[in-house]
Design a protein around this ligand. Sequence first.
Ligand code: ATP
Length: 330
Amino acid sequence: MLPSPPPPPSAEAPADDGAIRTRGLGRDFAGRTAVHALDLRVRTGEIYGLLGPNGSGKSTTVRMLTTQLRPTRGSARIAGADLASEPGAVRRRTGTVLQAVALDPLMTGRALLTLQGRAQSLGRRAARERAAELLATLGAESFADTPVGKLSGGQRRRVDLATALVQRPAVLFLDEPTTGLDPASRRGLWDEIRGLVRDHGITVLLTTQYLEEADQLCDRIGILRAGRLITSADPRTLKAEAGERVLHLRFTAADTAARALTLLTGRGEPAVRTAPDTVGVRLTGPGADGRTLSLLAADGLHADSLRVDEPTLEDVFLRLTPTPEEAPAA
Ligand SMILES: Nc1ncnc2c1ncn2[C@@H]1O[C@H](COP(=O)(O)OP(=O)(O)OP(=O)(O)O)[C@@H](O)[C@H]1O
């Protein structure tokens, strides 16, 4: 069996704190603010992605939440433990996979996991069993006895992940878990992360620079910009807020497209010519596509093909990119 359910929150923990709750959490470096006053809430059992451009404060946030970096201001509760007054409990209840993990390249994954188990006070036999169990869970048995220095990037990340799970964490922090992996390994790792959440109730907070990763993997996403959390919502909501859908109408001939454009703009529709034979119409509300098609049909115009472009997380991200004066100085 893998992790037991998350430990119950300590008596004084407010019931609605979820797995991670920060209040005004922030950090300055030499008088410069890296993270302002973060109010973050991650629900138990969700995958929460912190997304943001370079230098926006993602790693600083993770380092504060994993007790590696002392906050300058604010407070946080993680898996029911207070970050400032119960750092030991926070460490026991969380697992962390950082970007560059310094694994001894000569040790095998199995040996590393067994060692980790011993470090967590497991007996020799229990540590071996726990290692075997985790290797099986993460599909790492076939390379469990290979020195980690000889593993591929994706295999190594599985060993990293297994190492963070030895102590059955309630909350798992992953700092850019798939950076440098090829698309197939990345997808494989997503499946493992989803499995941990689904089968073992683990809460995951990950940072990523990959929009696709955030979109595919995360239940909710928080976007950091220059040290501030500027939005936090599920990917669908973010995309819906980011922009309108665009209906592309392709006609058999360019002059038909020209007629369609004249007709639509004459009726106040937000239409533009996107190619000689294509007209794009911004869909400004429910039923907008039907209205456009009816207008055209009433004039005897029929598109040869139709395509609707949905807004992407990239639209969200681009819209939220910092202005030069907001970007932290290099
Ligand atoms: N130890 C440090 N000393 C001084 N400044 C720091 C330190 N660590 C981080 N910073 C600064 O804090 C800001 C936030 O950095 P952080 O590494 O948290 O961003 P990030 O979003 O994780 O970036 P990346 O995507 O490049 O990893 C940056 O301006 C960075 O230069």
